[in-house]
Design a protein around this ligand. Structure first.
Ligand code: OSB
Ligand code: MG
Length: 380
């Protein structure tokens, strides 16, 4: 690959069509960090950092990710002359500990650029085999069970292949019961607690066993794998880990301990596509199913998730809803759409398969920074 000449960071603010509540907080708008890498011939690769505004999912936030990219990750990349994603990822891992969401954004932008340079789709460059990915929806915590049931029913009718309900202590069994009643026994249903239960809440969690859920996502601590193993042994419902799996080693440990039967892979959470592929392959070898989660991404992050979800062991529907579920208008053309509960993988387009709406990105940007190979590095 040609060397990277500059990296542009942009922050956008995009209001959500509907506020989204999880156990640890509600958001009405998304602050989005975009990374654009530009090579010596002026070709660009794009990616989106999934770090949210507040540290209520994992410790990383958008402001920390911006700082980390600006001060350490981008300067190291630019001064190294490395542009291929795998060596870039190794380089960044060797000089910066953690900061996986920031690393992921940079690494994924390099993958997107490489796909464009090679004239192949990001999906196929990653090893994707599907032409379509199944779509699920994640519904935020609602004021009462009836409201949730109505929403779930509407989305089920729209064709989503799986409905995921956000839960927390006190907004769980009655809510799930109302939805199961409204949707019937056959509808694929799951729940996501975002680490809001403790080990001794096992009675509330065991009460969910009777609803035939496809999975119970991240019930216990965000950095726990051990207690999840003990909990899994007491539940019929498969546990799926999200927050607790942030690198390949966490996935290895979870498999050894039998902490989960399913893993949610978000490339932006695990440090990028290289780590996502490695976790995918490891899980496949051990008979652990994976699926692609979401972080309320714009059309750029969504493109990366669609590409990853086209790999063969992504066997459950992803949290990859169409653009309209999140935004009045997306920042890519064409927008992401869903038909019959599936999203098409743009396998015939080079790169991520959608065009960035640069005018709209400019309009929505609240800050922008261009880092190039000549700029002095403020810290090493
Ligand atoms: O835990 O999967 C999660 C959104 C923000 C933070 C964490 C999570 C989520 C979702 C949204 O569930 C899924 C989506 O992008 O549609
Ligand atoms: Mg989750």
């Amino acid at each position: 690959m040609l060397p990277i000449r500059k990296v542009t960071l942009r922050e956008l603010r995009l209001p959500l069509v509907e506020a989204f509540a999880i156990s640890t907080g509600t958001q009405a708008a998304r602050r989005i960090l975009l990374v654009e890498v530009t090579d010596a011939e002026g070709a660009s690769g794009w990616a989106e950092c999934v770090a949210p505004e507040h540290p209520n999912y994992l410790p990383e936030t958008i402001d920390i990710a911006w700082l980390s990219l600006q001060e350490w990750l981008v300067p190291h990349l630019l001064s190294s002359g490395v542009a291929a994603p795998a060596p870039a990822s190794r380089l960044l891992a060797s000089v910066v500990r953690g900061h996986r969401m920031a690393k992921a954004a940079l690494e994924m932008a390099l993958w997107e650029l490489e796909a464009r340079q090679q004239g192949v789709s990001l999906s196929r460059l990653l090893g994707g085999t599907r032409a379509q990915v199944e779509t699920g929806i994640s519904i935020g915590i609602q004021s009462d069970p009836e409201t949730l049931a109505r929403k779930a029913q509407r989305h089920h009718a729209e064709g989503y292949r799986r409905i995921k309900l956000k839960i927390k202590p006190g907004a769980d069994v009655r809510y799930v019961a109302a939805v199961r009643e409204a949707l019937g026994d056959e509808a694929p249903l799951s729940v996501d607690a975002n680490a809001s239960y403790r080990r001794n809440d096992v009675e509330a969690l065991r009460a969910l066993d009777r609803f035939g859920l496809a999975m119970l996502e991240q019930p216990l601590g965000w950095d726990d794998r051990r207690q999840h193993a003990a909990l899994q042994a007491e539940l019929r419902t498969p546990i799926c880990l999200d927050e607790s799996i942030r690198c390949l080693e966490h996935a290895q440990e979870a498999i050894e301990l039998q902490s989960a039967r399913i893993v949610n892979i978000k490339p932006g959470r695990v440090g990028g596509f290289g780590a996502a592929q490695a976790i995918h392959d490891l899980c496949q070898r051990h008979g652990v199913a994976v699926w692609c989660g979401g972080m309320l991404e714009s059309g750029i992050g969504r493109a990366h998730n669609v590409a990853l979800a086209s790999l063969p062991n992504f066997v459950h529907p992803g949290d990859i809803s169409p653009s309209r579920r999140y935004w009045e208008r997306d920042i890519v053309n064409p927008e992401w759409t869903m038909a019959n509960g599936v999203v098409d993988v743009p396998v015939h387009e080079p790169g991520m398969g959608v065009r960035v709406d640069l005018d709209r990105v400019d309009d929505l940007s609240v800050r922008q920074q261009v880092l190039d190979a000549t700029a002095p590095r403020s810290r090493s």
